[in-house]
Design a protein. Structure first.
Length: 238
């Protein structure tokens, strides 16, 4: 039986990990009961035992504290795996680092965001209709924590939405391939854990971790991106 696979590329900050669990747990909890199929996980950092794309009904790529730009061996191996998955027609959703990983695997470029770190609850502006990222043009709130960004799009990629610090905050790379720079699985508590963990460096960069924590909110519209993707996966394999 095919499974919706979570490609694990990192872990949340220790405070979030101990309080709420790993990225795979957060993703499954956010999706909830809208997906009734099988789940699986693959630890990408092990560089071994790549799943056969034929066994996957869909793929979600997690966030990570690693940088795609370092091109570690496991990241380069992951690029090759993602190319196979995409070419096989499996639906794919990349989250934060996963979004960036897809961009580079498909021929784009990731660099340190020239506009600076983006962290906390921010406004995400939509550019059109899409079955995963939104139903209609408009704006909703999302939770962010990233330093790198997609600075050059792969050929054929469509920009679906942006924030004040990231013009490529959501991309559609192909018919069944999406990436979002935000974290649909983050709520206000997790944002607070990130702001507390990064407090010293945030202050050095002129940001206020206490204010970021106070202004953080749950982002149900952002979370719905994961649920829409899971619904799409399920409807494609009924």
């Amino acid at each position: 039986m095919r499974s919706l696979c979570i490609m694990v590329t990192g872990d949340p900050v220790p405070l979030a990990l101990s309080a709420r669990g790993d990225f795979a747990t957060l993703i499954r909890e956010t999706v909830g009961d809208v997906y009734q199929g099988e789940w699986s996980e693959w630890e990408a950092r092990s560089e071994s035992d790549f799943p056969d794309p034929a066994t996957l009904s869909g793929l979600v790529i997690t966030g990570s504290a690693s940088s795609v730009t370092d091109h570690e061996p496991w990241v380069l191996s992951g690029f090759e795996f993602l190319l196979r998955v995409v070419s096989s027609g499996v639906p794919v959703l990349g989250v934060c680092f996963g979004h960036q990983m897809l961009a580079e695997a498909l021929g784009g470029r990731v660099e340190k965001n020239p506009r600076g770190r983006e962290i906390g609850t921010v406004d995400f502006s939509l550019l059109g209709d899409d079955p995963v990222v939104f139903d209609a043009p408009g704006r909703y709130r999302v939770n962010m924590s990233h330093v790198d960004s997609v600075v050059r799009l792969p050929a054929g990629a469509q920009v679906l939405g942006y924030t004040s610090l990231d013009p490529h905050a959501a991309l559609r790379f192909g018919e069944k391939v999406w990436g979002v720079q935000f974290h649909p699985e983050f709520d206000r508590e997790i944002v607070g854990h990130y702001a507390h963990t990064r407090a010293d460096i945030l202050r050095q960069e002129g940001l206020d971790p206490e204010q970021l924590t106070r202004s953080a909110t749950d982002t149900p519209a952002g979370a719905e991106v994961l649920r829409r993707f899971a619904r799409l996966v399920q409807s494609s394999h009924v």
